[in-house]
Ligand binder design. Structure first.
Ligand code: B3K
Ligand code: ZN
Length: 881
């Protein structure tokens, strides 16, 4: 046994074990109401919790309540002091209780010292909470599990001058002044909820208000709270909220249920936002936007996240999860809903492409890595580690496949049945699929396997055309490779949306006047035969990415170009371009490895030329056609990953494209660079996107012209998208003006952390060998704050996630740098540390030199005496590979 093996065993012993889905048992006790009172102080907040508790199990068992980092002051049962309890590692065990009783627990907590940002903490000057998944137990001892639903009332007491706004879930029922300059506000939430949806906020904010009349005529007050001085950045968030409310009524027939909907934007937040009932807490990144400070992508991000949290009100809050293994029940479904919202409001294909890029660049790697898990995981050590791309994005793809198989009408029937059956309950993914099956009368038995099987299926496609009988036969073979968590794989129900193009590029009619047809691949291997086909067609496969799989078909260049020009599905056109690019990437990587010459044929350039000159294609789609597979995504194309060869081959190809199409890029740039009043609408967003993409290609070949364009664009632009587009070209092209324009941006924006995040991202992704020295120096930058998760993600996260070539430098400096930061973060904010570690644990296909370097760093983490369970889970799984 090597040293590292024995270390793994020693650490396993002192660390917590996994929890299993199969061990689920309903709670022995329920809580019908909980009345909370908070007396807020930075370091000594007093929390009183009075619950009505009932035993539901037949057996008389002690009551176990979760609790973490709490100071217990007193316990009373039916108003009498109670001492028959034991404090244990994760909570408290209370013995010899009656069947039904009133339980009062008084605790003290220290919000100002809480840098993990879980439970009650301070974000700047404000108090706020984050309870999902298991943060409520840092507020008081409680049955902190999603299947215990109670009615909450909350009284918040605080200094009136410092905290004029005291907020919690539900409706405000009382308020008043108290002694010593303090005041209180009381809230009642009429809807029973699990503790993870509890929220409290106290602070001094600017407030913007509006209202929304629901379709049944109820007048809902809308309120957005932001840090003082930010009112001019709230308009888009409010508009997005109103659009979300309307869309959910129109498309899903779901209406809001409380009298008020509040959103609070805070600067210190571990993730994007949180759907607490009636009181969403948001990372300010997903609220604040105006044309000076936010890019078009930020605008779209605000709209999507506001929508996502709002949609949770039904898919998550009214109907919640029985246990955390069911997380995708609410997350996969709500991501699907927010994707549909964005697609209905904007461009469907552009949204689809963005979602698929995330799947291919990141989720596929997760599915093949040490943390591989099905969308409904079967075992979990730290729940926060399972808010993953698999649960969210692949979870949404699974819902989308259901939608593809059922069609909109039956899918909506299934949704209605789901709501009707389970409103007010905590349920499972099986319950959801059962509602879909019962409403549609489509058998989903096999389909359910998507919930329990991890890994990305591979689909191999071959075909045969019989000119005598005029039949076209197409064969699909599916295979899922073993993953870290699961050796044995079974065939899945894979919907394949297909279109056939004839030699003139026309789509063949496949089904009652339709150009496409959805085939159900349910076996390991299956053949489908199309009759009356007059000539050998080009198959256009997995239209709209109809299943989250990797597929292979031996396309010729000409066939791919046909699909790029003629497919009726815009996603398929884009996908054919990606496939063509990937084909030559693989070829050029091989050439580099064998000392051959790099090449990119004329036919490739010509194909993309026609995309660039097209008068009919959406400019946003054109820009996406030129957003070629990233270095990260490219790793999925190889069994053995050669970091340097991928980088060099890809660089060569992009330079080749930029050179051969230079004049057209200049022309495209100038054509779309016509200044006018800024509008974040889809047409203008598309034009800016294409223009700035063209500018980066120009910067690859003609530094002088690019320099001029960049400087002129910065001097004349009236919005952040164009400012950042110019800066990005200067940074990625290492243009002569780079240092000056970066400095000017810093001088202009250094007081605005959110804006500076964009600048930190650019610094971290600079394609230069001394990028790490730069980053090291930036830890002392006037706008940087190691405690702020947004800053960390922008500088450390962006480097490790997007600067693939430098992060994986064979001298190991990137790995050591990331590990140093994780060590600093481990005790302070393990949740953020655990997110940042991702690129360090996905190393299976790298070369031996790099694997050895990475393992040394992971062992350095493992040797920490206080390694947080979040990191422990990932590090041990990675080392076990
Ligand atoms: N439900 C929250 C995520 C909570 C993450 C806890 N570590 C946000 C969302 O998905 O809408
Ligand atoms: Zn969510």
């Amino acid at each position: 046994m090597s040293n590292s093996d024995s270390l793994v065993e020693e650490v396993i012993e002192r660390n917590p074990q996994e929890k299993h889905l199969s061990d689920y048992r309903p709670s022995d006790y329920t809580i019908s109401t909980i009345d909370l009172e908070f007396d807020l102080f930075d370091h000594q907040t007093k929390v009183q919790a009075i619950s009505q508790v009932q035993r539901v199990s037949k057996e008389v068992t002690p009551l176990f309540l979760f609790g973490e980092a709490l100071n217990l002051v007193s316990i009373l049962v039916d108003d009498v002091d109670y001492t028959d309890f034991e404090l244990v590692k994760d909570g408290i065990v209370i013995n010899h209780l009656p069947t039904s009783f009133k339980l009062e627990i008084n605790t003290e907590i220290d919000p100002a010292k809480n840098h993990a940002f879980e439970g009650l903490y301070k974000s700047g000057d404000a108090f706020c909470t984050q309870c999902e998944a298991e943060g409520f137990r840092r507020i008081t001892y409680y049955l902190d599990r999603p299947d215990v639903l109670a009615k909450f009332s909350t009284k918040v007491i605080a200094d009136k001058t410092l905290y004029p706004y005291l907020l919690s879930n539900g409706n405000q029922v009382d308020q008043g002044d108290l002694d010593a300059g303090r005041h209180f506000v009381s809230w009642v939430d009429p809807f029973p909820k699990p503790a993870y949806l509890f929220a409290l906020v106290a602070g001094d904010f600017d407030l913007v208000e509006d209202n929304f009349i629901t379709k049944s005529g109820r007048d809902v007050k809308l309120a957005i709270f932001v840090d003082k001085g930010n009112l001019d950045k709230t308009q888009h968030a409010m508009l997005s909220l109103k659009k979300s409310m309307q869309w959910d009524e129109e498309r899903f027939n779901l209406e809001y249920d409380l009298d008020i909907y509040m959103i609070v934007a805070v600067d210190f937040f571990n993730m994007g936002a949180m759907e607490n009932k009636g009181l969403n807490v948001f990372n300010s990144k997903f609220v604040l936007a105006n044309q000076q400070s936010a890019t078009d992508q930020d605008y779209l991000g605000v709209e999507a996240v506001i929508g996502h949290e709002y949609f949770h009100n039904w898919t998550g809050n009214r109907i919640t999860c029985r246990d955390w293994f069911q997380l995708s029940l609410k997350e996969g479904l709500t991501v699907f809903r927010d994707q549909e919202f964005s697609s209905d409001l904007g461009s469907r294909s552009v949204n689809r492409i963005a979602n698929v890029m995330t799947m291919r660049d990141h989720q596929f790697a997760e599915d093949a890595g040490p943390m591989s898990h099905p969308i409904r995981p079967e075992s979990v050590m730290e729940m926060n580690n399972f808010y993953t791309l698999t649960v969210y994005e692949k979870g949404s793809e699974v819902i989308r496949m259901l939608h593809t198989l059922l069609g909109e009408e039956k899918f909506q029937k299934g949704m209605q049945l789901y709501v009707q059956r389970h409103d007010g309950q905590a349920v499972t993914c099986d319950d959801f699929v059962a509602a879909m099956q019962d409403a549609s009368e489509i058998d989903l038995t096999l389909f359910k396997r998507w919930y329990s099987q991890s890994g990305t299926p591979q689909v191999f496609v071959t075909d045969h055309y019989d000119s005598v009988n005029q039949t076209y036969q197409i064969t699909f073979k599916q295979k899922t490779l073993p993953t870290a968590d699961q050796k044995k794989k079974l065939p899945l129900h894979i919907p394949i949306d297909i279109e056939l193009l004839d030699s003139n590029g026309n789509s063949l009619e496949l089904l009652e006047g339709k150009k496409n047809r959805v085939l159900s691949l349910t076996q390991k291997e299956q053949t489908f035969v199309f009759k009356h086909i007059l000539s050998k067609p080009v198959p256009c496969l997995f239209r709209g990415f109809s299943a989250p799989v990797k597929y292979q078909y031996a396309y010729t260049d000409e066939q791919l170009l046909d699909i790029m020009s003629f497919a009726s599905d815009e996603f398929s056109r884009w996908d054919a371009g990606q496939t063509l690019f990937n084909k030559y990437l693989v070829k050029n990587v091989k050439a580099l490895q064998s000392g051959g010459a790099l090449s990119l044929p004329e036919i490739f350039i010509d194909g993309f030329k026609s995309v660039l000159v097209s008068e009919t294609l959406d400019p946003s789609l054109v820009a996406d056609m030129f957003a070629f597979t990233s270095e990260n995504g490219a790793r999925e194309l190889f069994e053995q990953v050669d970091i340097d060869a991928i980088h060099n081959a890809r660089d060569f190809m992009l330079k080749e494209i930029a050179t051969k199409l230079h004049e057209l890029f200049v022309d495209t740039y100038l054509r779309h660079n016509q200044l006018k009043a800024y509008q974040p609408n889809i047409d203008d967003i598309a034009k800016r996107k294409l223009k700035n993409s063209a500018l980066s290609f120009i910067a690859r070949v003609d530094k002088k012209v690019a320099d001029e364009y960049v400087l002129a664009q910065i001097a004349s632009c009236n919005n952040m998208t164009d400012y950042l587009g110019a800066l990005n070209a200067a940074n990625s092209g290492l243009l002569p003006c780079r240092a000056a324009v970066m400095q000017a941006f810093d001088d202009k924006w250094f007081e605005n952390g959110l804006v500076m995040d964009k600048w930190f991202v650019l610094q971290a992704s600079m394609p230069s060998d001394n990028v790490l020295d730069n980053i090291d120096a930036l830890f002392n930058h006037r706008s940087f704050d190691f405690n702020n998760p947004n800053r960390l993600r922008s500088l450390v996260g962006a480097f490790a996630q997007t600067n693939t070539y430098r992060f994986h430098h064979v001298d190991g400096s990137g790995y050591a740098f990331l590990t140093d930061q994780l060590i600093k973060l481990n005790s302070q904010n393990p949740q953020v540390a655990s997110r940042l570690i991702t690129p360090l644990i996905q190393f299976k296909n790298l070369d031996q030199v790099r694997i050895k370097l990475i393992k040394a760093e992971l062992n350095r983490l493992l040797a920490l005496p206080d390694l947080a369970v979040d990191l422990y889970e990932k590090v041990t799984k990675a080392l076990a590979q």
